[in-house]
Design a protein around this ligand. Structure first.
Ligand SMILES: [Zn+2]
Ligand SMILES: [Zn+2]
Length: 243
């Protein structure tokens, strides 16, 4: 029972790992992370459109809930937080006020809460969906921890604060999974619809713009590699049963 909390904990650990990379490793060694951003975007969009949305439509107003999830992330990451984007933070001038870094942490924290909701809701519907959503979340988790630690350091915070911010994102991921485990069964599709909207926003509006900004055909093709990886994973988990 609640074995999926172990998957949420593994995803949470990846947030911390991303933050530790920034705070301890040489920045040059972090270039491969961009391929996880690109591959993760492809995988997440495929999981959202092919598996999460069809599973959500069994409840009324499912697509309204998806829309709320989508714009909820926009609200917290890009209006409440004055400056936020995925990847290395290279605009310290945008983080002169200490509140800017903490508001970015808050905005990203709301999104990470729903990373946990997605994993738990997936497993509550069935092991196949749960496994796919765990992979979808895991692929962007190390870059996510990297992002928040980079923001904290650019804002003049200590390495300890940067690592702590990554750890906090992990705790929020776990909290989202635990909160979802208390939902009544008939509410689970709503949690899935909400986290589908979050997943679509994170992939299409946070990750893809980073891929396009960085540019280069190799990175662009990696998005399609994410789609291929999804197709492969979807085929591999099919023996687990849809529900
Ligand atoms: Zn920036
Ligand atoms: Zn996330």
């Amino acid at each position: 029972m609640l074995a999926y909390l172990a998957f949420a904990a593994a995803a949470a650990a990846a947030d911390l790992a991303g933050a530790l990379l920034v705070a301890t490793a040489h920045q040059k060694g972090l270039a491969p992370l961009r391929y996880f951003v690109a591959g993760g975007a492809g995988f997440m969009l495929a999981a959202a459109f092919v598996r999460m949305l069809p599973e959500s439509v069994q409840v009324p107003h499912a697509f309204l809930v998806v829309l709320i999830g989508y714009f909820g992330v926009h609200l917290f990451e890009h209006t409440v937080a004055p400056h936020f984007h995925f990847g290395e933070e290279v605009h310290p001038e945008a983080l002169l006020r200490p509140s800017a870094g903490y508001l970015a942490l808050f905005g990203l924290g709301v999104h990470t809460l729903f990373d946990g909701v997605a994993i738990a809701a997936g497993f509550l519907i069935g092991p196949a969906l749960g496994t796919l959503l765990f992979i979808a979340v895991l692929l962007h988790k190390v870059p996510e921890g990297f992002t928040i630690a980079s923001i904290m350091l650019a804002g003049g915070q200590s390495r300890g604060a940067a690592i702590g911010a990554g750890a906090l994102l992990g705790v929020l991921t776990l909290a989202g999974a635990v909160a979802t485990s208390f939902l009544a069964g008939h509410h689970v599709p709503y949690a899935l619809a909400l986290s589908a909207g979050v997943t679509i926003y994170v992939a299409a509006s946070d990750l893809i713009p980073e891929v396009n900004r960085e540019g280069g055909p190799a990175l662009g093709w990696t998005v399609f590699a994410g789609l291929v990886l999804f197709a492969l994973a979807d085929w591999l988990v099919s023996p687990l049963g849809a529900r």
